[in-house]
Structures are given as structure tokens and as C-alpha cells.
Design a protein. Structure first.
Length: 263
């Protein structure tokens, strides 16, 4: 006859092994089923994560360009001079080269100012005008904005405050985007400025700011327009994405106020 202590110990040991006999691992089919479910969930979630990443890139790009516009206007007024804000788009699938590799996917923004306070060139010019680097000073460092493409959008309907209903431009020349630059004076400048170095970038899409704070597309020298629009579209590497996450930055010609419209 066993003692109560020995019997209790035997019961515990028997129960332990009985539990082990009933405990088993997952079968191969169960593991494959779990993996399949996780794969499906990941595939469903990927577009949402991609959309969020795209939205974040467009938000950053919008703020960077809006800030550059405000800086250009503020500098022109504070220093009683003319400033030019140039836009250039290069191949986003590779690092910046010298000279630059034009393409799609990364926008370069450069802010320069007249060294003597004048507009430098004549507004009556009928051909593109190259502004001599020695007559310009670099105001800020270049801004390199990744994952974005300059895009010329069709006019909004002018009936509301959303992207499709935003105010319509009064001229096709009032856009910074991917359409061909209009004819006219079209002053353009290079980077670097101030000396005789060869150009890494040549900026032909340019906003011009006067000492009074007025802004116009440089190809329309001397001609005021109520609105100017800078269009942005998401890109990945050097490919414009299918995302409809569009941004239109509209700039008031006289006040320089910037309004952002998102699709």
C-alpha cells in the first residue's frame, strides 16, 4: 500500500504525461493555411501602405515648394530686388549628376536674386534670355524634392474649392508643369551662379518676383495674371505612378498667397 504522498506524486506525473500525449504541434496543412492567409492580408494592405507613402511624399513636396515661393517673395521685398525661383526635373532613379540628367521623378528648386536690384533683362525681348551668372546671387541651397513629377493639369471648373472645382487659370502660360514653355522673353538661369562655372542645372521654368511682391511666370515678363499654378504628381524612381494623389499649388499674382488643392 502506497503512502498518500507517493500516490499524489504518481497522480501528478500521470496527469503530466497524459497532457503531453494530448498536446501536439501544428500540422503542415495548418501552417500552410496560416501562411496563405497572411499573404492575402499583406497583398490587400500593400496598396493602402503605398497610398499612405505617396500621400506623405506629396505633402512634403507641397510644403517644400510652398515654402520656397514664400521665401522668394519675402527676399525680393526685404532686399528691394528681383528674385527668380527655378524648377528643373531630373531622373529620379539615379543620384544627381553634373551636368544634370533630365528626366522624371525628382524636382530641383533654386532661388536666386539680382545683385543690383534690377530685372536685368528687357521684358520686350522676343527670344529666351540667359541671365549671366555673375549678375545673380544664390539665396538658398538647392532643394531636391524626391518622388514627384511636375505636371500641367487641365483647368478646374472654378465653381468651388476642391481640386476639380478650383479656380481656372486665365492663360495657358500661367503653369509650371510638363507642357512646353511658351515663347517670349523667357529668362533662364543656371546653377551655380556668381561665377563662370559650367552649369549643372539650367532652369527654364521660372517664377519671377518683383520688389513689390508680385509674382509672374517669367515667360510673361511684365504681364500680370491673377493666378499661377504649379502642378505635382507622385513618381517612383523615374516613373510617374498611377496614383491620383494630385496637388495643384495656386499662387495669386499680386499678393503671392499660395493655396493648395489636393485630389
Amino acid at each position: 500500500m502506497s503512502s498518500p504522498v507517493a500516490e499524489s506524486a504518481n497522480n501528478l506525473q500521470t496527469g503530466h504525461f497524459r497532457g503531453l500525449r494530448h498536446r501536439r504541434g501544428y500540422t503542415l496543412m495548418e501552417l500552410l493555411a496560416v501562411i496563405a492567409i497572411m499573404t492575402i492580408l499583406a497583398a490587400l494592405a500593400l496598396p493602402a501602405f503605398t497610398s499612405l507613402a505617396s500621400a506623405g511624399s506629396m505633402t512634403s513636396a507641397s510644403y517644400a515648394i510652398s515654402g520656397a515661393i514664400q521665401s522668394a517673395r519675402a527676399y525680393a521685398m526685404a532686399h528691394d530686388t528681383y528674385t527668380w525661383l527655378g524648377f528643373y526635373e531630373e531622373d529620379g532613379s539615379k543620384g544627381s549628376t553634373n551636368p544634370a540628367t533630365s528626366g522624371t521623378g525628382r524636382v530641383i528648386v533654386s532661388l536666386v536674386a539680382s545683385t543690383d536690384g534690377t530685372m536685368i533683362y528687357s521684358s520686350s525681348a522676343t527670344a529666351p534670355v540667359y541671365i549671366t551668372p555673375s549678375r545673380l546671387v544664390q539665396v538658398n541651397e538647392l532643394a531636391r524634392i524626391p518622388s514627384v513629377h511636375l505636371k500641367s493639369f487641365a483647368n478646374g471648373s472654378g465653381t468651388g474649392s476642391t481640386f476639380p472645382t478650383r479656380p481656372a487659370l486665365t492663360t495657358t502660360n500661367g503653369r509650371i508643369g510638363d507642357t512646353a514653355a511658351p515663347s517670349g522673353a523667357l529668362p533662364y538661369f543656371q546653377y551655380p551662379v556668381g561665377g563662370t562655372s559650367a552649369a549643372q542645372y539650367t532652369f527654364t521654368q521660372v517664377l519671377q518676383f518683383s520688389p513689390r511682391g508680385e509674382v509672374l511666370v517669367s515667360s510673361m515678363a511684365g504681364v500680370m495674371t491673377p493666378l499661377i499654378e504649379v502642378g505635382l504628381q507622385p513618381a517612383k524612381g523615374n516613373i510617374v505612378t498611377s496614383s491620383q494623389n494630385f496637388v495643384a499649388l495656386q499662387i495669386a499674382g499680386i499678393s503671392g498667397n499660395v493655396t493648395l488643392y489636393r485630389q
